[in-house]
Design a protein around this ligand. Structure first.
Ligand code: GDP
Ligand code: MG
Length: 210
């Protein structure tokens, strides 16, 4: 019998966030299907996957949402730019409307992404310092759009790439301490700590929800 067909006692929505190419989609495919892909296409739109986990005598179904990172901003800004070029000639007053429409669309997408989410996995890439710098930006988005009680797990991914490391383990730990988040380094490629990271999130949500 397939896991996804089983009855469950709890259904938890959780989301993956973080810059593009940090490994969100591969963390998800590793956890949900035990798969890793060397060349993955950037995620377009929103995708999700399920996995059931047994905690004590309860079956928890985690519904994990995955979306593009900064691509989301880039796509929307680029369309603003095109509309701008095109319409600037026609009517200057429409410009404001264009920007409002895009910002409205961005907010609508972002809102529905976070709506009802009980947990978030915030991922950075230990080989790219800028993805770690951007963690603060993602925390701001979480504060603006997410539930204040959301369980947040900070994940430094690609721990297998030791020679390329730019972010030290201690940096991740310190930030997690200050922001009161759980923290782990993972490798979706080598399957290190992936299960643990998701299970920590699910277990913590369960403790709050039950
Ligand atoms: P996303 O944009 O955050 O969803 O990132 P992806 O999951 O698409 O991964 C981006 C790239 O990083 C892909 O080429 C993956 O193969 C690679 N990648 C993801 N996780 C790891 C990892 O743990 N180690 C290594 N070495 N590469 C990884
Ligand atoms: Mg992706």
């Amino acid at each position: 019998k397939h896991m996804a067909d089983e009855e469950c006692d709890y259904l938890f929505k959780t989301v993956l966030i973080g810059d593009s190419a940090v490994g969100k989609s591969n963390l998800l495919s590793r956890f949900a299907k035990d798969e890793f892909h060397l060349d993955t296409k950037p995620t377009i739109g929103v995708e999700f996957a399920y996995r059931n986990t047994k905690l004590g005598d309860k079956i928890i179904k985690a519904q994990i949402w995955d979306t593009a990172g900064q691509e989301r901003y880039v796509q929307i800004n680029f369309s603003s730019f095109l509309s701008f070029l095109h319409l600037h000639i026609l009517l200057e007053t429409t410009i404001n409307n264009i920007f409002e429409t895009d910002s409205y669309r961005f907010r609508a997408i972002t809102n529905s992404y976070y709506r009802g989410a009980l947990g978030a996995m915030l991922v950075y890439d230990i080989t790219r310092n800028e993805t770690f710098e951007n963690v603060r930006k993602w925390l701001q988005e979480l504060r603006e759009f997410g539930d204040p009680d959301m369980v947040i797990v900070l994940v430094g991914n690609k721990s297998d790439l030791v020679d390329l490391r730019e972010v030290e383990v201690e940096d991740g730990q310190k930030l997690a301490e200050v922001e009161k988040l759980c923290f782990l380094e993972t490798s979706a490629k080598e399957n290190l700590n992936v299960e643990d990271a998701f299970l920590q999130m699910i277990t913590k949500i369960y403790k709050i929800a039950s």
